[in-house]
Design a protein around this ligand. Structure first.
Ligand SMILES: NC(=O)c1ccc[n+]([C@@H]2O[C@H](COP(=O)([O-])OP(=O)(O)OC[C@H]3O[C@@H](n4cnc5c(N)ncnc54)[C@H](O)[C@@H]3O)[C@@H](O)[C@H]2O)c1
Ligand SMILES: [Zn+2]
Ligand SMILES: [Zn+2]
Length: 369
């Protein structure tokens, strides 16, 4: 069938919204009509080349939609089902899945390939070429074909262009604080960068019962949003945050610092390490350029204060358990979702949406289909 999608043909160029050819789903795959797709910074990393995944690629990995057709061997999904996509596929059988680290499922090895997990071929084509899919999803499209391993069935009490945020930003930020960072009630938490991920790190810290939640962002609008979402303090720089944390904690500093600014930097790891205290955790959620290998930090602090630097993928969560958990928290009024979506766009306006993200004019932009 024909459908429309936003395709990246070259680095540093705009997304091209065009008609593409879409094959029917094969074994283990489903055809989904998209309802909403969030504009996450990770797609921007593909555009800039920080994340050097192969092109051409259909962007988008934070999506929700309605199943229209199922291929052979699909279980538990039928046409008409509403699904949110986990941006990481989960097999449920590998060793990582079995021990409760399904964010690190072995299917993850195919993420950079962009073709279908089932047979490593493409269902999406344009201009006589196969198209890859961001995180095997390609949610910047009216219709897409994805593996059932990415699909989490959901009830129908939430609009799809809000539910899509559960597919990446919400649990990535929330889990970075609660799971990777292991924050506990009474801790002080600092979040560096208040975008779609950072604002959910703020929400996770608030729900955990943190004493102080300090948000850091150079953009005034983001600091305002952080306070609306429950941060106790919002400052423009890590230097200001370091001084503030010293005062607030009588020098004990934060238990957890989550790095979620758009592009990570080696220097920020050291700045963040200085913001945590004894056995404090720096959680590196943001992506650094693939070529960056240098980090500046006090290695002596690692030893003498048992400080720790931890990577975090999808908030160290288990998508099949935690996406429904986030929905339940929202239903009980303990998690804001509608408020995350500050800007809405049509598929044709995807480039304008990214412009707003780059210029700090959106907390999370969403394409509504
Ligand atoms: N690990 C994962 O599983 C995972 C998942 C999704 C996204 N990410 C990554 O997380 C990062 C954040 O994504 P996002 O969608 O929230 O991005 P975003 O662009 O929406 O937000 C980034 C925020 O960082 C702020 N910022 C920039 N420089 C700063 C600095 N020096 N100090 C403090 N704040 C600063 C910006 O003003 C902006 O508000 C990206 O690198 C993205 O690729 C990681
Ligand atoms: Zn994302
Ligand atoms: Zn697995």
């Amino acid at each position: 069938m024909k459908t429309r999608a936003a395709v990246l043909w070259d680095r540093q160029k705009d997304w091209s919204v065009e008609e593409i050819d879409l094959d029917p789903p094969k074994a283990g795959e489903v055809l989904v009509r998209m309802g909403g797709s969030g504009l996450c910074h990770s797609d921007e990393h593909v555009l800039t080349g920080d994340l050097p995944w192969p092109l051409p690629m259909i962007g988008g990995h934070e999506g929700a939609g309605v199943v229209e057709e199922v291929g052979p061997e699909v279980t538990g999904l039928a046409p008409g089902d509403r699904v949110v996509f986990s941006f990481l596929p989960v097999c449920g059988r590998c060793r990582a899945c079995a021990v409760g680290m399904s964010n690190l499922c072995e299917f993850g090895m195919y993420l950079g390939e962009g073709t279908q997990i089932s047979d490593h071929t493409a269902r999406h084509h344009a201009r006589g070429q196969d198209l890859g899919l961001m995180c095997l999803l390609g949610t910047f499209a009216e219709r897409t074909v994805v593996s059932q391993a990415n699909c989490i069935k959901m009830d129908d009490d939430l609009p799809l262009d809000v539910a899509c945020l559960l597919g990446c930003g919400v649990i990535t930020g929330w889990g970075a604080v609660t799971y990777t960072g292991e924050a506990r009630a009474g801790d002080t938490v600092v979040v560096v960068g208040v975008g779609g991920i950072g604002i959910n790190a703020v929400q996770g810290a608030v729900a955990t019962g943190a004493e102080h939640v300090v948000a850091v962002d150079p953009v005034e609008f983001k600091r305002q949003k952080a306070l609306e979402f429950g941060a106790t303090h919002a400052v423009a720089t890590s230097e200001e945050a370091t001084a503030l944390l010293g005062e607030l904690t009588h020098g004990r500093m934060a238990a957890v610092c989550v790095n979620t600014m758009g592009v990570g930097s080696g220097d920020q790891i050291g700045a963040s390490l200085a913001m945590v205290g004894k056995r404090g955790r720096v959680v590196v959620t943001n992506l650094h350029q693939a070529t960056e290998t240098q980090v500046t930090m006090s290695a002596l602090d690692l030893t003498l204060m048992e400080k720790q630097v931890r990577g975090s993928l999808f908030g160290s969560s288990n998508p099949r358990a935690d996406i429904p958990r986030m929905l339940e928290l929202h239903r009980s009024g303990k998690l804001k979702l509608e408020e995350l979506r500050t800007n809405r766009y049509s598929l044709d306006d995807v480039n304008a949406g990214y412009d707003d993200m780059r210029n700090g004019r959106s907390l999370r932009g969403v394409i509504s289909f």
